[in-house]
Design a protein around this ligand. Structure first.
Ligand SMILES: Nc1ncnc2c1ncn2[C@@H]1O[C@H](COP(=O)(O)OP(=O)(O)O)[C@@H](O)[C@H]1O
Ligand code: SF4
Ligand SMILES: [Mg+2]
Length: 358
């Protein structure tokens, strides 16, 4: 994996639009511009992703957070055009400057492994139960490179070692491995063709907390060793804050907050970001894992979004205007943006708490 001339740290754009400024020199590894994804059409249309912008540089780790149903998986699948035919996409998904949405089929197939690859949640369901895991890792190598079967098997063994499993586990069937080991196999598969970008959709959600931490450290290590880009998706802001450089928080198909990961987790500017970080304590903080600090209510049905700020029915600090005025992302501090009317107002810390409308 070669390093690019782009930085491996969050983009220090003084305009306050981190990651979205015009590129200088090489294009970023991934740039998503105004992406929309709508399932179905007419009265049944489900606008699952509504105008998302993202940017990831080589070696950078971007976390995407949000509750179930806010469009995270749809976004992940859209990146490699893995959505069902009922999904209509608009916008641009530029991988090394090349638009995935307009790629010819042959090019897209190549890009799906060598350009970017996805690690899904639930390794048991993603692996083929009747094939040895080594053969499953070797398969994309055989399909997408000129490797001989013997070389592909050897590479599969190396990849297993890279993810912390003995090469001899190549002979195991998925049911012979633990959940954590299976997820390591999935990561080895994702690495098989040296992708430049890895998209990990809830890669540790099904695992217990200790194994979860091990897998996260492994992903972090691989990303920094190989200078690939990472998009890590989770409903758990604490997991993302521990692993990623930057965070984008999604709500109802949009990014409502973005910024340096630890800052967003520690001091979210959007009330939804605040609620998410309160709902998810730090990894290993077992005492507070079950604290009832979650947000009341459910995210809206994308087919029937509320007017104004889509978060207003659940927002503890909503103003009257929030029911009628849609809110765009705006500058919310250095390298930070948030889509909330309160961001524009110079309030002192804690003053938000007094703003609730009855
Ligand atoms: N294949 C599909 N057809 C229709 N609607 C879908 C499909 N997949 C997801 N959705 C809807 O799109 C919205 C976003 O889903 P998803 O991207 O899976 O969210 P998340 O990963 O954040 O939980 C949800 O309302 C979901 O019901
Ligand atoms: S715009 Fe209003 S409703 Fe939306 S998050 Fe901000 S305060 Fe809450
Ligand atoms: Mg999902």
């Amino acid at each position: 994996m070669t390093a690019t001339t782009t930085t491996t740290t969050p983009n220090p754009d003084p305009s306050g639009s981190p990651g979205l400024s015009e590129p200088v020199g090489d294009p970023p590894l991934l740039e998503v511009r105004n992406l929309t994804v709508t399932y179905g059409g007419g009265a049944d249309a489900v606008p699952a992703v509504r105008g998302v912008d993202l940017r990831v540089e080589a070696g950078q780790k971007l976390g995407i957070a949000g509750e179930s149903g806010c469009g995270k998986s749809t976004l992940a699948l859209a990146l490699l055009r893995l959505l069902p035919p009922t999904a209509k996409l608009t916008g641009e998904i530029l991988l090394d400057g090349e638009d995935v949405l307009t790629m010819k089929w042959g090019r897209l197939r190549a890009v799906r492994w060598a350009g970017a690859s996805i690690v899904f949640q639930g390794a048991m369901h993603s692996l083929n139960a009747v094939h040895r895991v080594g053969d499953q890792i070797a398969e994309p190598i055989l399909l997408h490179t000129k490797a001989t079967p013997a070389a592909a098997r050897k590479r599969a063994g190396e990849l297993l070692e890279q993810v912390g499993l003995p090469a001899a586990r190549a002979l195991a069937y998925p049911h012979e491995l633990s959940g954590g080991q299976r997820q390591r196999v999935m990561i080895a598969m994702a690495l098989a063709c040296d992708p430049r970008l890895i998209v990990a959709d809830e890669p540790t959600t099904a695992l217990d907390v200790m194994i979860q931490a091990q897998i996260l450290r492994l992903i972090e290590q691989l990303v920094s060793d190989q200078n690939v880009g990472l998009i890590m998706i989770s409903h758990d802001l604490a997991v993302l804050a521990d692993t990623c450089d930057r965070l984008s928080v999604m709500y109802a198909g949009r990014v409502v907050e973005e910024g340096p990961a630890r800052q967003v987790y520690a001091d979210a500017r959007h009330p939804y970001g605040k609620a998410l970080s309160a709902a998810f304590p730090r990894i290993g903080d077992l005492s507070s894992r079950h604290a009832p600090r979650g947000l009341p209510g459910d995210p809206p049905d994308p087919a029937a979004l509320p007017g104004g700020c889509t978060f207003h029915p659940r927002c503890p600090v909503a103003l009257d205007v929030c029911a009628t005025e849609d809110q765009e992302l705006r500058e919310a501090g250095a390298e930070r943006r948030a889509a909330c009317v309160l961001v524009d107002e110079p309030v002192s810390p804690g003053a938000d708490d007094t703003r609730s409308t009855p």
